[in-house]
Design a protein around this ligand. Sequence first.
Ligand SMILES: O=C(O)C(=O)C[C@]1(C(=O)O)C=C[C@@H](O)C=C1
Length: 266
Amino acid sequence: MGTDAAKAPPSLEEVRWRLDAIDGELLKLLDERASLAGSVAAAKRAAGDTGFGLRPGREALIIRRLLAAPRSAANDALVIRIWREIMSDNLSRQGPYHLAVWGGKDPTRTVELTRLRFGTAPRLQVLPEAKDVLGAAKTPWGVGVLALTPDSNWWGRLLAEPKLKVFAALPCLNRWGPQAALAVAEVEVEPTGGDQTFWVTDSPKSAAAIVEALSPSGVAAEPLAASGGLKLFSLSGFFQVNDERLAQAPGKLTGVIGAAPTPFDL
Ligand SMILES: O=C(O)C(=O)C[C@]1(C(=O)O)C=C[C@@H](O)C=C1
């Protein structure tokens, strides 16, 4: 039997002392990490990479590794939000990183999803037209976030913009809600070992018939949006632009418009 004294919870003063000590340690590490932004940018320049510093695949691998590490109290949502903020801050020290958002009639949710994914460091502007957000995403260090709405097929324009790619689906955690927006930029998308590919077709067949037509080639497709004669699908896995598995896919005008890591809680 333990004594009452052994079981007594620590006083508020004691707990606050521990919190203050941890805050000091966290700040030291945070400061050390933030101070590496200049070295990251310099290393990229030295390697001849003078383009946009965003590395969506690297971010996904960092977060997956952290989520797989043992933890007792920090939940997935906390880990994701904190590291997105840290990495976005790092990126905004590397160059003129900025965000443009199109959210349809009510952009509130799209803005919320954008901040959740890209943190509060980069400047954010909400624009009334999807085409203007795509234009902003083509400017140096620009990211566009556009909502998936039933009345717009802005994503179809990416078929004519091979440098502009979808690289993220928002939110990145299923428990934050269904995928409601896509992020686009002039970045390289790389396989991360758990990916979805975005594919567009002008086939007049029903979404269900298209899903069925893709299945014999081993392509698992899920309809995401349809508007103005175009349909957008999420394909399970990573597909290159000229992937053989899509050679016989239905439609005259078809194409891969990008890829993104699958949600972390799949
Ligand atoms: O590793 C890089 O290339 C970085 O720029 C660093 C970093 C990070 O803070 O870890 C920041 C932004 C990138 O999108 C990915 C990772």
